[in-house]
Design a protein around this ligand. Structure first.
Ligand code: BGC
Length: 720
């Protein structure tokens, strides 16, 4: 009786909580809308127009007399950028050093959405402390070509992995009442001619490959702002693309927030205003010459843009402000906390990919090693600055050499040789020329390698070599690094090659010569600590490649079809939906390393893939379990990847597509039931004839694997 009574009381309490909260929320919505209406009534047309264009590199005007603050934005995505002065030079403040977070492809290599949330959350906290209410992040254009200069900022070649990470990054940032600005909308997949090129992509590929992460970030992540891309889509600049901005984003996806132009990416007044752009950003002075400044005022006066259109933009900006700078009970901002460092460390240590463990050199057997030659410019180089927009003035950054010394200097002697010079001064659009091998540095490296028990060689790219506004010319290792690898491995066969980069490189010769290869990234403030812990075995590597490494650039779809970088300022995405592994698998081309690949210090055994039932309706969820056993000596994290394939289909299909994944920690000897779920509606293709997503009835194969090419268990289901 007593129990029953307390159950009723508890239930009543929850009802009050629920309806009370719902009422409060509706009320809050009403008052916010009423406030916005009242403000719009008060504003003069001139004041409204002032709110719609930049008045500083990262700001647009407020209206002081009505208590409307300036709108403050900042880059992203590797952390909150330092303050700059007109001309983009550093403002030389002493208060804007920030946490440097691992780059986008590093985050993607963790295959861990929880880490994406923590990344967003912590960066949001720092943005709040710096009073930057819109973070120009995350960035997640699809890796269509491995050459794209911003591959390192972006996540993946796969729309599903992309979307899962994008949603959590957005939620994390916005949990701090800071708006995420997801970028670059859309099809900004190369930097060559990025501000003039027109992308021709078929509708199915647009919907299935290039838009899903944006759609998920808006409809699930609820992102409050979005950045239009520099390029044109089907002949029309993205910043004035009615189809993208009005029809899809604001129409189909019901986006309530602000469309912000990329910096200097606006090209008209009337078209941009009427076709969905809300805010014009850029840096050249004077601001009154902007398309959304005096010219917009004239266009309204001439009746070419209505006041209703202007009011809608102002409403959107105020709506974002009420979620951010003017929000109720905002959380306290924090900079450079130990928690932020821990997030960086966790991302970095889960992102590192073990590509090859030849002769089982890893984890380092520290008791049998007396000396290590640490060779290579990337062992001492920092990665927080560079690459244009995505630079962060890091409060600190632990380099690889410092990380290794901290862990090992007491037991092991460490000798450093630079090996090569990583200085890179690009000529605009001429990203192929790097310094050659330097014979004095080479000799010193050989000597150091010979006189040590083993060598750890750091090569790869850097933040000058991989950059916004240009693509790489090819995949070859820069700075004469191949010659260095050849010389050092000949001098000491016990060499571990650590490649640092944010995009695929040609490491085919190193693989063929059976070297131990570790892939690392621009891994944030904790780079060296995480790397040292992976090499010494404190952390078992669990990173998996978020994109395919081609054996030859010509194998990559855009290059195989001669569909990059385009001709006469047009690029035709001839490969359609066959991007990344979808192409390699369907065309049966062996890559150097496949999508989803990554080794561990332990082994995992898969068994017993089961689905909840055999046949499903389109509205069902497919519940899947698979047993994974850790058969080795080390505890480890495994990412179970679930691909789906449909052999007979009314449309062309990729051989398989990622539809679910889960990362789990498994103790040595332990077996875990890994549960995954796929909504049947996610099996749909985009039907261009009806402009609808269609779930095709029939048999589907589910493939569970440790990478896209190492499938361990399969099952079939039927969709009715
Ligand atoms: C980049 C954006 C960046 C903006 C502001 C542009 O060049 O494309 O990603 O947010 O500059 O720095």
């Amino acid at each position: 009786m007593k129990n029953r009574l307390s159950a009723y009381l508890l239930c009543g309490f929850f009802m009050v909580m629920l309806f009370g909260t719902a009422n409060a929320q509706t009320k809050k919505k009403q008052t916010t809308e009423a406030k916005i209406d009242a403000i719009i009534k008060e504003l003069t047309l001139e004041e409204k127009i002032d709110m719609l264009h930049a008045n500083g590199i990262f700001s647009s005007a407020g209206v002081e007399r009505l208590g409307i603050p300036e709108l403050m934005t900042d880059d992203g995505p590797l952390g909150v950028r330092e303050d700059v002065k007109p001309g983009w030079g550093s403002a030389n403040l002493t208060t804007d050093s920030a946490t440097f977070f691992p780059n986008g492809s590093a985050l993607a290599a963790t295959w861990n959405p929880e880490l994406a949330y923590r990344y967003g959350h912590d960066m949001g906290e720092e943005a709040r402390a710096r009073k930057k209410y819109i973070m120009l992040a995350p960035a997640f254009n699809i890796a269509r070509t491995p050459l794209c200069g911003r591959t390192y900022e972006y996540y993946s070649e796969d729309p599903f992995l992309n979307a899962r990470l994008a949603v959590q990054s957005v939620k994390g940032i916005q949990s701090q009442h800071i708006a995420a600005c997801v970028k670059h909308f859309a099809a900004n997949n190369q930097e060559v001619e990025r501000d003039r090129i027109s992308v021709d992509v078929d509708e199915r590929a647009l919907r299935e490959i290039y838009l899903p992460a944006f759609k998920a970030a808006i409809t699930e992540g609820n992102a409050w702002t979005i950045m239009s891309a520099y390029n044109k889509l089907r002949g029309v600049y993205c910043s004035e693309n009615d189809y993208l901005l009005n029809k899809i984003l604001k129409g189909e996806w019901k986006f309530k927030g602000v469309v912000i132009s990329d910096w200097g990416g606006t090209h008209s007044t009337v078209n941009a205003a009427n076709h969905g752009l809300d805010l014009e950003m850029g840096s050249p002075l004077p601001y009154n010459t902007y398309y959304f400044a005096d010219k917009l005022l004239d266009s309204v006066k001439a009746g070419k843009v209505t006041v209703k259109v202007i009011d809608d933009k102002v409403r959107r900006i105020l709506w974002v402000m009420y979620h951010t700078s003017l929000s109720d009970n905002p959380p306290a901002g924090k900079m450079n906390t130990p928690e932020h460092s821990k997030t960086v460390y966790d991302i970095a240590s889960e992102s590192i990919v073990l590509l090859k463990n030849a002769r089982h050199l890893l984890p380092l057997n520290t008791s049998s090693i007396k000396s290590i030659a640490v060779i290579g410019d990337n062992a001492t180089r920092t990665f927080h600055l560079g690459g244009f927009g995505a630079g962060v003035k890091a409060k600190y950054e632990v380099t690889a050499l410092v990380g290794l010394r901290k862990r090992l200097a007491n037991e092991i002697k460490m000798y450093y040789a630079q090996g090569y010079s990583g200085v890179y001064r690009p000529l605009r659009r001429d990203a192929g020329k790097t310094t050659k091998a330097d014979s004095a540095m080479l000799q010193q490296a050989i000597f150091t390698a010979k006189s040590s028990d083993m060598a750890i060689l750091f090569i790869g790219g850097n933040r000058d070599y991989e950059s916004e506004s240009r693509d790489r010319k090819d995949l070859s290792l820069p700075f004469g690094e191949q010659a260095l690898v050849d010389a050092v491995t000949a001098a000491n066969p016990k060499t571990i090659v650590v490649v640092v980069g944010g995009a695929p490189y040609d490491i085919g010769k190193i693989k063929k010569n059976n070297q131990t290869i570790v892939w690392s990234w621009y891994n944030g403030s904790e780079n060296g600590n995480a790397l040292a812990d992976v090499l010494t075995g404190k952390v078992n590597p669990s990173g998996k490649l978020p994109f395919t490494f081609p054996a030859d650039l010509k194998d990559s779809p855009a290059h195989a079809l001669d569909a990059y970088p385009g001709e006469n300022l047009k690029v035709d995405y001839k490969e359609g939906i066959l991007v990344g592994y979808r192409w390699f698998d369907t065309k049966k081309i062996e890559p150097l390393y496949c999508f989803g690949y990554g080794l561990s210090y332990t082994d995992y055994q898969y068994s017993g893939l089961k689905t909840s039932k055999k046949s499903y309706q389109p509205s069902d969820n497919i519940a899947i379990t698979v047993k994974v056993k850790n058969t080795g000596k080390y505890a480890g994290k495994e990412t179970v990847q679930l691909y789906v394939s449909k052999e007979k289909s009314v449309v062309d299909r990729a051989e398989k597509e990622l539809k679910a994944f889960k990362k789990v920690m498994i103790a040595p000897g332990e077996t875990i039931d890994v549960r995954l779920s796929i909504p049947v509606k996610d099996l749909a293709y985009y039907d261009v004839k009806t402009s609808k997503w269609v779930v095709e009835p029939g048999t589907y194969k589910l493939l569970a694997g440790t990478s896209s090419r190492d499938i361990k268990e399969t099952a079939t289901i039927i969709v009715n």
